[in-house]
Design a protein around this ligand. Structure first.
Ligand code: NAP
Length: 211
């Protein structure tokens, strides 16, 4: 499959690109800075420059699948949360639809059931992620929405829990999140599904079979 990773230079994105680069898939890494190209090439990825705040349809053209791992990060204002996590994600979905790309995997986040219960500073983030997820559910894309809890840089254990609702009980290493996105790609039982993931007891393949 020709797979475009949006957010490829991110901490999850890079690990996902590496897995795809070692697989039978053909991976294209979308980065927004030409300085990031050598890193992606070392991971056996083709590279395309593109920015979610501009037109990036050239990056999506020709892909069979898009995996969205981008995010505005904790050090930008709410304006970027809306522009990247919400509007950038929606633009990626619209672009995929218009160019005939069917498979779309969204790296989202566990979102509190009631936004009112979230810390004030996190409300715009959760609202943006939720809006993008709801938009994706309304498309005819073969989507999967993966919602991890707090991300860590611990080594991956390969063991997770995955379910529609887990809540913020624990965290999950970014390495395991990358593996989940990788394995989800061709797992058709995850089409049209939204599920949460945390470190847990099951192998990633077993957990994904049961979502
Ligand atoms: P990260 O390291 O901050 O990576 C985000 C990537 O998005 C970066 O590569 C960044 O590019 C890219 N990006 C930002 N703005 C862009 C734009 N305008 N155009 C194109 N690319 C852009 O994030 P992470 O740690 O891998 O996390 C990935 C996702 O998981 C995020 O969406 C985050 O919200 C979500 N998440 C995080 C947590 C947590 O505990 N932190 C929990 C649940 C879910 P540059 O490399 O050029 O900066």
């Amino acid at each position: 499959m020709k797979v475009l990773v949006i957010g490829a230079n991110g901490q999850v994105g890079k690990q996902l690109v590496e897995l795809l680069g070692k697989s039978e898939h053909e991976v294209t890494a979308m980065v927004r800075d030409t300085d990031q190209i050598p890193t992606m090439e070392k991971l056996s990825a083709k590279t395309v420059t593109g920015n979610l705040e501009k037109d990036f349809s050239h990056a999506v053209a020709g892909a069979d699948a898009v995996i969205f791992t981008a995010g505005s990060g904790a050090h930008t204002g709410y304006d970027k949360t809306i522009l990247i996590d919400q509007e950038g994600a929606i633009k990626a979905m619209d672009t995929a639809k218009s160019l005939g790309v069917k498979r779309f995997i969204m790296l989202s986040s566990i979102i509190p059931k009631r936004l009112a219960d979230a810390p004030e500073s996190m409300k715009p983030y959760y609202a943006a992620k939720n809006r993008a997820d709801e938009y994706l559910k309304g498309t005819n894309l073969d989507y999967t929405i993966v919602r991890p809890g707090r991300l860590t840089n611990e080594p991956g254990s390969g063991k997770i829990d995955a379910a529609v609702s887990l809540g913020y009980k624990s965290s999950i290493p970014r390495a395991d999140v990358a593996h989940v996105l990788f394995e989800t790609l061709e797992q058709e039982n995850t089409y049209s599904k939204t599920f949460e993931i945390l470190s847990g007891d099951d192998s990633i393949s077993k957990a994904l079979r049961n979502v």
